[in-house]
Design a protein. Structure first.
Length: 682
């Protein structure tokens, strides 16, 4: 029997209706799940922030909300990933246009980016971010740093308290302290020519290096070509032996506690030279150069040894005694001791045995058993911090031996530097107006630097009396253990403002904005000062310098630079996209400068309405903002003084830069004796 022809059509129609009904159900489920995002997009287009504010209110309460109690709104309102609608602002000229662009080219209002108000920065961080496209390089970098910081903070919440207490960063892992260490040339090469000294050195320790210098090779020197000296090439043969502080700070170039640099060929003097020096944060001290002339002055001796021994030089002929004088001395029976002059101790292609011995007052360098040079210890660079031996340059190393090493851990170690004592705690923020707010930029793992600041210039009378308030501004670190210790440090000392993004050099400018905002919103300060955690500040002296300027005038004080040009190549290169202009505006060096509160308020307000131009070099950014304020709001008093030291220290300094924790303590001790003297040879 045949089926009716209409039955298949009814069945197909029935199945199709069910299919469409199922699609409709899925669509409704999808809409219900995505509806909050549609509201968010609508708030972007309409400029209405009520949706975000309601969500913010849910995240406002946090058990950690009072660690540092900062209320920095605009820094976290779309700071790290805002879209600049006005390209003319983004690549603005140095002197800004006085009539800001209010509407788009077609007469329409520009779209307002979504605002994220993150509230108290040590509270729970909002789990939102701006999804705006077409970000600048700096904004994309900040956006990535924000996401990484968000994840780091979430990981920090999950970190076990026991794990925090046992952190090697806070307490230090127990390590063995061998009395000697040795490595063959092959082992040294596999470890990037670096030998680890677990517990540093002590007086009496010695290091012996057996090696062979390479034959000289040609190197091109642009300076020689510039001055038309031949083809610009020079024959070079040199190597370096360095004692480094490997445990100082993770992720940074370690300080060079001793830099020994024999130059067989290639020195600018065109003679064999042995150079000694120290280096902290890429800032070199004054070099001690031994060039074959004896330096045995009584005042310059190191443990009784001369700093430089004499060796043969082709350009100097020893004066010989006359025959008459020689005959007379023999006649009267005076004993003559013949003077032996040795050649330069290093020869290309010949084996040498170099020994560095740590004495009481300095290092003593011997080659082949003969004393060659001595180098006195420098303040801030100590034996117990020398936890690594690095050998670089044109040399084949056959073996290395370190003997008479200390048998116990040093008393001063960055891993054990946090002293949980009540006397180092910060005072609560005063309710009355203050004279200066000092914001100190610091890296997450700079525990030693922050502790040194607390124990030295933060003990100034002006700070103890709450006329001046100091806070550290710190971002997050990729290592969760470091962040855990930072959080514990902030909770105990009460002087740290934690910024919830992953720390990197290009985003230091965001910390500067946070300092300005803290200085006008969390405290009522007449002036705001910015400095680094390796800057020593004579607080009372800076206050006296400020008092010389009329309080009615806007102030920008520091070590000012005029007509500086951006570097277009090298490590600190600035691209044309980052800075299209040929010169920078007048700006004060970053290690220490002061602005008046009206300038700080201008910066915060400009940042709040998204018209503040950002540049990765924070000191140049400040100069740019001050110039904009000077040209559009009020005339600024530019106050220049060399005593805001950019490199190292000067006698009678206002601020001293690149000071290690030990140098900080040394400067404080000298200041307590009434002398503003430096602790190094710079």
């Amino acid at each position: 029997m045949k089926r009716p022809k209409t039955e298949p059509q009814v069945a197909r129609r029935f199945r199709l209706s069910h299919f469409l009904f199922g699609i409709g159900i899925l669509y409704l489920i999808f809409i219900s799940l995505k509806f909050p995002q549609f509201l968010e997009i609508a708030s972007v287009l309409s400029g209405d922030d009520s949706y975000i504010e309601s969500d913010e209110s849910r995240l406002g309460d946090s058990e950690d909300a009072d660690i540092s109690k900062p209320v920095l709104n605009s820094v976290y309102k779309d700071t790290f990933h805002r879209k600049l609608e006005d390209n003319q602002h983004q690549d603005a000229p140095v002197r800004p246009i006085k009539e800001p662009l209010e509407v788009g080219k077609n007469g329409s209002q520009p779209i307002r980016p979504l605002q994220h108000r993150y509230g108290r920065i040590t509270g729970e961080i909002m789990r939102k971010r701006n999804r705006t496209n077409d970000l600048s390089v700096l904004e994309r970098m900040a956006d990535e740093a924000w996401l990484l910081g968000l994840k780091a903070w979430e990981d920090l919440d999950k970190l076990d308290e026991k794990e925090t207490r046992e952190s090697s960063i806070f307490e230090g892992k127990p390590e063995s302290c061998p009395s000697w260490v040795s490595m063959t040339g092959e082992e040294l090469a596999m470890g990037d020519r670096l030998m680890f000294l677990p517990c540093g050195l002590a007086a009496g320790s010695s290091i012996t290096v057996v090696g062979t210098p390479h034959y000289a090779h040609k190197e091109y020197v642009p300076q020689l070509a510039k001055y038309r000296r031949g083809d610009g090439t020079v024959m070079v043969s040199q190597f370096m032996v360095e004692l480094q502080g490997l445990k100082a700070v993770d992720g940074e170039d370690p300080p060079k506690i001793l830099h020994l640099n024999p130059r067989l060929k290639g020195d600018w003097s065109r003679r064999p030279v042995i150079e000694h020096n120290t280096c902290y944060r890429m800032q070199w001290g004054t070099a001690q150069r031994c060039d074959g002339l004896a330096k045995n002055d009584e005042d310059m001796l190191v443990d009784g040894f001369g700093r430089c021994e004499k060796w043969m030089r082709n350009d100097i002929v020893d004066s010989k005694e006359s025959k008459t004088t020689s005959w007379f001395k023999r006649f009267i029976g005076r004993e003559q001791k013949p003077e032996v002059t040795w050649p330069f101790p290093f020869v290309e292609g010949r084996l040498f045995i170099l020994t560095i011995r740590a004495g009481i007052d300095g290092y003593h360098i011997s080659v082949g058993g003969r004393h060659v040079t001595s180098f006195p210890y420098r303040t801030g660079f100590t034996l117990e911090d020398a936890t690594g031996l690095a050998i670089k340059g044109e040399v084949d190393v056959h073996s290395v031996y370190a003997t008479s090493l200390p048998s116990s851990h040093p008393s001063f170690s960055p891993q054990r530097v946090l002293e949980m004592s009540e006397k180092w705690k910060a005072h609560p923020i005063p309710k009355s107006p203050i004279q200066i707010f000092i914001g100190v930029l610091s890296a997450t793992n700079h525990f030693a630097e922050r502790m040194a600041v607390r124990k030295t210039w933060m003990q100034s009378s002006a700070i103890k009396s709450s006329s001046v308030v100091v806070r550290f501004f710190v971002a997050l670190n990729p290592r969760k253990e470091v962040n855990a210790v930072l959080k514990k440090e902030a909770a105990y000392f009460g002087d740290i403002v934690i910024l919830p993004f992953m720390d990197r050099y290009e985003l230091v400018v965001l910390k500067t904005i946070a300092i300005c905002e803290f200085g006008i919103q969390n405290v009522t300060a007449a002036y705001v000062m910015k400095c680094d955690d390796d800057t020593f500040v004579r607080v009372e002296t800076v206050m006296k310098e400020i008092e010389r300027i009329s309080p009615k005038r806007s102030l920008y004080m520091g070590n000012l630079n005029l007509l500086h040009r951006p570097l277009r190549s090298g490590k600190w290169a600035v691209t044309f996209e980052e800075w299209p202009e040929s010169v920078y505006p007048p700006y004060a060096n970053g290690p220490g400068y002061v602005i008046s509160s009206d300038i700080a308020n201008f910066i915060v307000s400009q940042h709040g309405n998204r018209s503040l131009r950002l540049f990765k070099m924070e000191d140049v950014s400040m100069g740019m903002w001050v110039e904009q304020f000077n040209s559009s709001i009020s005339q600024v008093q530019y106050s220049h003084n060399w005593k805001f030291c950019q490199y190292g220290c000067l006698v009678d300094y206002f601020t001293a830069h690149y000071q290690s924790p030990r140098q900080m303590i040394c400067l404080w001790d000298k200041l307590a004796r009434g002398r503003a003297h430096c602790c190094n040879f710079r």
